[in-house]
Design a protein around this ligand. Sequence first.
Ligand code: MLT
Length: 269
Amino acid sequence: MPKIQVNGVQLNYVERGSGTPLVLVHGFPLDQSMWIGQIDALAADCRVIVPDLRGFGASDVVPGTATMAQMAEDLAGLLDALAISEPVVFCGLSMGGYVAWQFALKALALEKRHRLAKLILCDTRAIADTPEAAAGRLKTAEKVLAEGSTVVAEAMMPKLFAPATANEQPSVVESTRQVILNTKPEGIVAALRGMAERPDVSARLAEFTIPALLICGEHDSISPPAEMRGIAEKMPTARFVEIAGAGHMAPLEKPDSVNAAIREFLKQE
Ligand code: MLT
């Protein structure tokens, strides 16, 4: 897989297909492989670009704090390095969605609409952490530094999938666990600190005037459908799609349903 030096960091990415660029950004504490059900399937429709964020997968780990704005800036740099000047469709899941808000705010504030054509938010939130949640993340970060990535695997695994997925797709669940266990503790810690200080965008939803698609698994307990439907209602042009039978990892659990929603959205003017 190719790597590109961006903002002093080697970023790993996967690229397939041609046409409209579609950037797929993974959640925490995962990597590009969570889009395995999208990469080849959607490459028939567009140019799919799937990065590992700093600290994850085969990208460099930078100890410290990885803010959502820094990660968005990395991806803008990746697009520059790939000489992509046409409008992109930017899609992020959960933490990738936090990055998507920051990418979009910057693109819209700079009126660089050529950079952002459409936004897809999967299983994500608009609110910031409460002070208690932020403190909990920082505590988890200390534990990960002391005990390793297994701390986060144990905490996250029960929340990621719909109840039926564990029975019906055990290999999907197991490979996700392995991705978390293989993620370097410093990368996990930097992202935990970054998520703890992420801005609240819930009062700014009316500013996202570009076409938007919000996708949420029916059984998502981290960013539940009712919360995501509420986000969509406050965005001027957003459409909400609930994915039956999926949990927080909807693209991995129900790739055909998610791909159908994305394909339809790509076709819309
Ligand atoms: C994710 O899936 O990226 C995380 O659940 C996000 C979070 O912890 O807020």
